[in-house]
Design a protein around this ligand. Structure first.
Ligand code: BGC
Length: 383
């Protein structure tokens, strides 16, 4: 494994104990528009209002000059600023100019934390301990990404820890979006000295509930220079994937990728076989890894900029989505860019879609007294 996880773990543990106890209302606000101001002097930047609460944008920095910007609205990553092979910095995730962009109808979850159940639940319902729970049918009769107002559309309580870490907490009420139990979710974003963004998720509940938490960043490693990601080279350590029906719900099978366009075990261009996949890639890969262990399972390389990203996770699956529904119509985009079909890709580390209705998939049920935990790391370099 390439990542220095010992160092990372030490940093995250110390980050956790160092979390300062300041709250949003008293956090200093950056008045200056000077984005070069250092994090030591600049507090979060005001980013508008949602649900009567102030939305703030926090900046994480490291000594290499890498920056990650995050909103307390949806825990949204608005910027991951990394250098290309010439040392020129650019933002490698799709984003909007202002909060309006993030709040527009049909906004496809740019950079957001997704929950309580990321991905789809068939027919917007599931049965748990003999009781049927009904959810919002917001995607072809199914539930997608937590329902009408998922974790991506709420204001989280943010607590920064120095320049490099931000803790976000959200309490989802019993019955919210149809899910049982008061669920307390805590997500910590940490930017490490070796240019990795670690996202660690934890949650507890007071009633049994399904849970699946992820981040929905749309990556384009060219940082706006290339309008699509078809030339990016992707590898995925997965010998199986979950085939889907026409509404993107998994059948209960795990199919081998060998000899199919789904095989990314050897890195290949995203565009190489995409034409053979109906609608483009939008599937869950079954990762070849030990359950619960943090392992590098994906790499992404943009040969033009030289940017390279490694993805490590503790999760059993990853949704690789090639921005098939982007069509250039989103408004308020950063710098007025047109986000066209395949303009970016998502690598959403997760449990398998529709697991609450699929007994053969790994369980997603969190019970009182247990702690849900997932860790995902996106590490950036050039080559
Ligand atoms: C889903 C896509 C969906 C996108 C935006 C992805 O996680 O797999 O089908 O269009 O999110 O909502």
């Amino acid at each position: 494994m390439d990542m220095n996880f010992k160092a990372l773990t030490a940093l995250v543990i110390s980050g956790g104990t160092l979390l300062a106890s300041c709250n949003n209302n008293t956090a200093p606000k950056e008045e200056s528009k000077d984005s070069t101001a250092t994090a030591a002097t600049a507090g979060p930047r005001s980013f508008g209002q949602a649900d009567g609460q102030e939305v703030l944008q926090y900046t994480l920095k490291n000594a290499n000059g890498m920056e990650v910007k995050i909103l307390n609205y949806g825990g949204t990553i608005t910027d991951i600023i990394t250098p290309d092979k010439q040392g020129q910095k650019g933002n490698v995730v799709l984003s909007y100019e202002s909060l309006d962009g993030y709040q527009q109808k049909g906004q496809p979850y740019f950079g957001a934390l997704v929950g309580r159940y990321a991905n789809r639940i068939a027919n917007a319902k599931f049965t748990l301990d003999g009781k049927e729970y009904k959810l919002a049918a917001n995607n072809n009769g199914n539930t997608l990404h937590g329902g009408l107002k998922g974790f991506d559309k709420v204001v989280w309580t943010a607590t920064p820890a120095g320049d490099s870490s931000l803790q976000l907490v959200y309490t989802s009420k019993d019955g919210e979006e149809g899910y049982p139990g008061n669920l307390q979710a805590t997500v910590v974003y940490t930017l490490t000295p070796d240019n990795a963004l670690q996202i660690s998720y934890k949650a507890t509940t007071d009633k049994a509930t399904p849970i699946n938490l992820t981040n929905h960043a749309y990556f384009n490693l060219s940082a706006g220079k290339d309008s699509t990601i078809l030339g990016h080279e992707l590898s995925l350590k997965a010998s199986k994937y979950t085939p889907v029906n026409d509404k993107l719900i998994p059948t209960d099978k795990l199919d081998p990728v060998k000899g199919t366009p789904m095989d990314f075990n050897t890195a290949k261009k995203v565009g190489a076989d995409i034409g053979k996949v109906n609608g483009g890639y939008d599937h869950n890969w079954v990762l070849d890894k030990k359950d619960g262990e943090l392992e590098t399972i994906a790499t992404l390389y943009d040969p033009t900029s030289g940017r390279f990203m490694e993805v490590a996770t503790t999760q059993p699956g990853i949704q690789f989505y090639t921005g098939n529904f982007l069509d250039g119509t989103l408004t308020g985009t950063r710098g007025g860019q047109k986000y066209v079909k395949n303009g970016a890709l998502c690598l959403e580390t997760q449990h398998f879609p529709d697991s609450p209705n699929q007994p053969s998939f790994p369980s997603v049920i969190l019970k009182p007294g247990e702690t849900f935990a997932q860790t995902t790391v996106y590490k950036f370099s050039v080559k």
